[in-house]
Design a protein around this ligand. Structure first.
Ligand SMILES: NC(=O)C1=CN([C@@H]2O[C@H](COP(=O)(O)OP(=O)(O)OC[C@H]3O[C@@H](n4cnc5c(N)ncnc54)[C@H](O)[C@@H]3O)[C@@H](O)[C@H]2O)[C@@H](O)CC1
Ligand SMILES: [K+]
Length: 498
């Protein structure tokens, strides 16, 4: 497991490391060396071997002077662009120690440009001169290596207002920052390489980034003397005349190992499903105007016979759906996954229904759905998603999975990010597949944070590997159902390695 920090947490970790006896100069030397090492590796693949290092006034600039000195000592042709005069003591020292030639404008022709203009000290927007320099870096035609984070990208949320460096590779100094993973971060950072410089983290619950090795614990070897009841009874409650396919994608629950999957759909779409999924239990629910209708007896039976229930996929926003969700919140004692129109109905008819519940609740909104639940804007969710998710999870006692290019998961005390994924998932149906996966995995564990991270990982990895054969444009949600078992098998195999 790795951790993902905010700029302030990273600064505190730097300070804590220094208090524990490592000097600032040593840290910078390690950072510079790590950047130089990645630069050398990149240069080994480039035909043009010349390097330009663009340095700002803070310690990110200091890393740059240090890397330039090391690369020059190794015999590379290196120039330094002093974009702004050094301000911090460390930057001044490194500037003085770096004797490579200086340039005052970045022309084309370098093989590699190292961006050391701003790191975690960046805030706000680039001034005119900085924006011009960033433009020159982006137009240089060189391979761009960003030190710590591409300049212009906000370390706390991965947003950039205006110009930002578009890197081919980013040398992540110490620990991941949220900005590497969220919003514009993945498109601007290129390949992420973590450089260990011996940072000591103060005790704190940081945002987690689980590794497959942490997730595979959810796929222990199935005992030979086991039966379907041991692997979770999942109900998928969704669909409407308009969205008749959505609940079927919840068959992903079977692909993630559930023992039983019960597909509960409105009577208006029931008949065509008979025999289509021989392994599933089919349950006919009443409908009104093509949408699921409230039926207490049926809901009571579903609640009694399920360990987890996913509700909302393709339901339509409707008062009846709200009634169904309220009933399940109040009477079900397993894990309830609220997705899509269950969330939209909650937002429309009263989020406070979440206060009165007996079950464990997981909400799986995408950014727009979450903005409706919080009665705020999509922009606000993009800027402050982590804080909003934490506050919401705490306020309502739920686990929240905020889906975007990186998925943020927050329970009442912890947070995690899952960055596995592909733009191939930006299509109708992906969320329905995820809801089924989440219900299946959450049925087998009390750790909802881990279950959500695992479901998101399986979805993301399956999309990545399918994209390699079908392409990001070609993959669609039903293809994912075929790929999921292969991803699950990888976790299963990993779980067996001692
Ligand atoms: N001990 C440390 O603090 C270490 C720091 N390291 C490096 O230092 C970086 C952080 O250094 P700093 O905190 O000095 O910050 P930066 O080097 O990221 O930049 C800070 C400078 O940029 C200016 N600035 C910020 N936003 C601006 C804007 N919108 N327009 C114009 N100027 C702006 C600030 O006023 C300040 O002068 C890390 O990202 C990492 O690369 C590493 O060397 C490891 C050790
Ligand atoms: K940088």
């Amino acid at each position: 497991m790795r951790y993902v920090l905010t700029n302030a947490e990273m600064r505190a970790a730097d300070e804590f490391t220094m208090e524990s006896g490592v000097s600032s100069r040593t840290l910078m030397e390690r950072a510079g060396k790590a950047v130089a090492k990645l630069a050398e590796k990149a240069l080994s693949y480039l035909s043009e071997k010349s390097v330009a290092v663009v340095c700002g006034s803070g310690n990110n600039g200091g890393d740059g002077y240090c890397a330039a000195r090391i690369l020059a000592k190794k015999g590379f042709s290196v120039v330094v662009f002093e974009a702004f005069p050094p301000k911090t003591v460390e930057c001044q020292l490194e500037n003085a120690r770096c004797r490579t030639p200086r340039i005052n404008t970045l022309k084309k022709g370098y093989g590699l440009v190292i961006d050391c203009l701003y790191g975690t000290g960046f805030h706000g927007t680039l001034n005119e001169r900085a924006a011009q320099i960033v433009k020159e870096i982006n137009e240089s035609g060189a391979f761009v290596l960003a030190a710590d984070i591409p300049s212009g990208l906000a370390g706390d949320n991965g947003l950039c207002a205006g110009e930002a460096v578009r890197a081919d590779m980013t040398a992540v100094i110490g620990e991941f920052k949220a900005g590497h993973l969220f919003n514009d971060g993945p498109d601007l950072c290129g390949e992420l390489r973590v450089c260990d410089i011996g940072i000591v983290l103060p005790e704190k619950d940081y945002m987690r980034m689980y590794a497959p090795k942490d997730l595979c614990a959810l796929f222990p070897k199935r005992k030979s003397r086991s039966n379907k009841g041991d692997y979770g009874r999942v109900a998928i409650l969704g669909g409407s005349e308009r969205y008749s396919g959505a609940p079927l994608l919840g068959m992903s629950a079977f692909k993630a190992g559930a023992g039983y999957v019960r597909l509960c759909v409105p009577d208006c779409i029931f008949s065509p499903l008979i025999g289509k999924y021989p392994e599933a239990i089919l349950q006919k629910m009443p409908s009104a105007n093509g949408v699921l209708a409230y039926d207490e007896a049926a809901l009571s039976e579903i609640a009694a016979q399920s360990d987890s229930i996913a509700v909302g996929m393709g339901c339509c926003k409707d008062r009846e759906i709200y009634r169904i969700v309220r009933y399940l919140l109040e009477h079900f004692t397993g894990t309830l996954v609220l997705d899509a129109d269950a969330l939209n109905s909650l937002a429309e008819f009263g989020v406070n229904a979440l206060e009165n519940k007996r079950c464990t609740v997981i909400l799986t909104p995408h950014v727009k759905e979450f903005s409706r639940l919080c009665q705020t804007t999509v922009q606000e969710v993009c800027e402050n998603g982590a804080a909003l998710a934490r506050a919401f999870a705490k306020r309502y006692g739920v686990t929240l999975m905020l889906k975007s290019n990186a998925t943020l998961i927050s329970d009442q005390s912890r947070a995690a990010v899952s960055s596995a994924g592909s733009p191939a998932l930006a299509k109708g149906g992906s969320g329905d597949v995820l809801a089924g996966l989440t219900a299946a995995i959450a049925a087998r564990t009390d750790d909802t944070l881990l279950a959500c991270a695992c479901a998101s990982f399986i979805l993301g990895e399956s999309a990545i590997s399918l994209s390699q054969t079908l392409g990001e444009y070609g993959v669609c949600a039903s293809d994912l159902l075929q790929e999921i078992p292969k991803t699950v098998k990888k976790l299963e195999s990993l779980a067996r390695i001692k």
